[in-house]
Write a protein that binds this ligand. Structure first.
Ligand SMILES: [Zn+2]
Length: 378
């Protein structure tokens, strides 16, 4: 059985609820016998339930399938440098409860794992859910995650270099655990929040301390050959530009990240010095000429990066978000204008400001983990 067929059948029931096996087969173009095998497996795992409702043409009403109200549920966690955010979602990917905790910078690994364990227990108890109905836990990490989603391969934060494999966490937490990169999960959450069509190709660019991106292609996160795709912050947009932390020159991250934007304002300003993106937005709103100038430059850098990416990926929609969000309404029109002059006419697409919030990575992680676990039932 193809694992993807199991997920496809689950998602078809999730979208349509109360649907017959025959109708699933018509919608998915899977054979009736394949649908039947997938349904049996999902019934066995109590992911779906059978209900005898609906119209009948004489005789007993037909048996229809529905998602089990009592589960599956999934937990998503984002581990940051100084915070842990966690959510619990139902089978329709809706957040039921969320929790955020502040952690000390450089927290010991054992204490961090204990914190995750406590949050899992607390979410299960506040949502009044049986632990055995939690299918999985997804963890969003800062860095590149292996394609099997069990290891953190490379992280800009040295503190996380000793992060254990997902097998270790699975033993401690007592449920299957899957890792992914934060940017991937943000884009996955955005894809589901916007209820985009199943054939969408969504590219998300997250601008913060670094510049990351994620790509959702027809409902799936694109991970490249080993999980290291879309390191867009390290694409060169200015040859011989300033040195980047990766050692090269003129990377997008070395020019357009949030710290660089703030640095650029402060370097040109004789009197006013800023420390946050919100202060830059306030200055822009008051008509500060220098704020307009540096944000204009930022719009050109970002437009160039997005146009390069659009010419490669040909997405149906691009969104942009992250720490830079407070100034995006000030520059989004400029980004769109410059973008249209840089991109091939065949690659024009909508650029939107993201709807993401503090728990987006955790939300994406919970969805990813539920889908991975359902696929594993084949
Ligand atoms: Zn770089």
């Amino acid at each position: 059985m193809d694992p993807r067929n199991l997920l496809l059948v689950f998602k078809t029931v999730q979208k349509k609820n109360l649907i017959s096996r025959t109708d699933i087969s018509k919608i998915t173009h899977l054979s009736e016998s394949t649908v039947s095998r997938c349904v049996s497996r999902l019934l066995e795992k109590s992911i779906l339930v059978e209900k005898r409702v609906g119209k009948s043409s004489g005789g007993r009403p037909p048996i229809l399938l529905d998602v089990n109200n009592e589960g599956p549920f999934s937990v998503g966690v984002e581990v940051g440098e100084t915070h842990v955010d966690a959510v619990i979602i139902n089978a329709f990917y809706k957040i039921l409860r969320n929790e955020s905790r502040v952690i000390p910078k450089g927290i010991e690994m054992n204490s961090l794992i204990k914190e995750i364990h406590d949050m899992l227990t607390s979410l299960i108890s506040s949502a009044k859910i049986q632990k055995d109905r939690i299918t999985s836990l997804g963890l969003g990490l800062p860095g590149i995650v292996s394609k099997d989603q069990k290891h953190l391969l490379l992280t800009p934060n040295s503190h996380f270099e000793t992060f254990p494999s997902s097998d270790v966490l699975q033993r401690i937490l007592g449920i299957p655990v899957f890792y992914d990169n934060g940017a991937n999960l943000m884009v996955f959450s955005e894809y589901h929040l916007n209820k985009l069509s199943t054939d969408s190709i969504l590219l998300g660019v997250i601008v913060g301390t670094g510049i990351g991106a994620g790509l959702v292609v027809r409902e799936e996160i694109f991970r490249g050959s080993n999980g290291a795709s879309l390191e867009v912050g390290h694409t060169v947009i200015m040859p011989d530009g300033p040195e980047c932390r990766c050692g090269r020159h003129g990377c997008a991250e070395a020019l357009a990240s949030v710290p660089k934007l703030i640095e650029s304002y402060n370097a040109k300003s004789d009197d006013v010095k800023i420390t946050s993106i919100r202060e830059l937005h306030e200055l822009f709103s008051k008509g500060d000429t220098l704020a307009k100038e540096v944000l204009g430059q930022e719009a050109r850098y970002l437009a160039l990066l997005l146009a390069n990416l659009a010419n490669i990926v040909n997405p149906s929609r691009i969104f942009i978000g992250g720490e830079i969000t407070p100034v995006l309404p000030d520059i989004i029109e400029q980004i769109r204008k410059h973008f249209s002059t840089q991109v091939l006419p065949t690659n024009t697409c909508d650029i939107k400001i993201s709807k993401l919030d503090q728990v987006s990575i955790a939300h994406g992680a919970a969805i990813m983990a539920m889908e991975k676990e359902i696929e594993s039932y084949f």
